[in-house]
Structure formats: C-alpha cells, structure tokens
Design a protein around this ligand. Structure first.
Ligand SMILES: [Zn+2]
Length: 167
C-alpha cells in the first residue's frame, strides 16, 4: 500500500494550522541573526527593512546598476561615494553621525530603528520628497523607540528601557 498523508486532529477535535505549516514548509538555513531581526522589541516595519539589510537585499544603487543603467550611483545622503549597503548603513558620514549619537545607549530597538530611518531618508531623497538633516532623522528614531517602549507591558522600573522611555 502506498504512503498517504493523514491529518490527525487534536484532542479537542480541531486541526492546528501551525502543525500543518510545520509539516509542509521547507526549512531554510538557520542564520545567527534571525532572533535579532525577528525580536518583538522591534517595530514590524523596521523588522522588514532590518531583514532586507541582513540579507543584503536593499535596492541600493550598486545593486540597481547591475541590471539597469542609472545616471548617478552616488549616495544621496552624502553625494560623495558610491551607494552600497555597507556605505549607506556604516561608512556614510550621515549614517555615522546617527550611529555616533546612539553609541552610548545602543540596544536592539535603536539598532533596527537606525537602519530603518537611514533607508527611509535615502528613499525620501531618491524619490524627491524631503531632504532632512541628521537632527530630524534622529528625532524620528527617538520618537519611534519611545513609542515602542511605551507599548512594552513589563518594563522594569529603573531598568535601561524605563530610562529610555522617559527620555
Ligand atoms: Zn553617503
């Protein structure tokens, strides 16, 4: 007799979709940064950009140039260097200004927010909306982190997160 798939119900007579998903899905390689990227302490829209950056899949100009002729491949945040993920999120003076301001209080929440807002500022400039300075981008990061921290239900008073929330 040939093998067949049978779905076994739980004791309460229901089928768990999560159990079905775990049976049928293909499992990819487990990466060391997965728990960092998918942490619940990160705003969901930040998680997505964070994930793309870890995968090296942000559509920076060096990647676009591989399949399309574009007139300018320089970074829109500083205009001085070719735009790549490494430059945009690290080497660029605009990015370094943001990173330096957060170096003392760096945590996972701020880390993802910085990546997200650098990418958002880059896109705002590329697509012709607004051009903001470091202080404006910084205030957006602080606002997002504060809003997220206020949603945490169990924030230990006196802890680092509590101090950040009040700041
Ligand atoms: Zn730059």
């Amino acid at each position: 007799m040939a093998d067949v798939h049978l779905w076994k119900v739980e004791e309460n007579g229901k089928i768990k979709s999560s159990a079905i998903w775990n049976v049928i899905r293909e499992r990819g390689q487990i990466v060391s940064w997965a728990s960092l990227v998918w942490s619940l302490k990160i705003i969901p829209r930040h998680r997505f950009i964070f994930w793309l950056s870890f995968r090296g899949r942000l559509s920076t100009r060096d990647r676009i140039r591989a399949y399309m002729d574009i007139p300018d491949a320089n970074c829109v945040l500083c205009s001085g260097f070719a735009e790549s993920i490494d430059h945009l999120l690290g080497g660029c003076f605009f990015a370094r200004s943001i990173w330096n301001l957060f170096t003392v209080a760096m945590g996972i929440c701020e880390f993802a927010a910085i990546v997200y807002h650098l990418w958002a500022e880059r896109n705002a400039r590329v697509f012709g909306r607004v051009r903001r300075n470091v202080d404006h981008v910084l205030s957006d990061i602080v606002f997002d982190c504060g809003a997220l921290i206020r949603t945490w239900r169990r924030v230990p008073k006196g802890g680092r997160e509590w101090v950040l929330c009040h700041e």
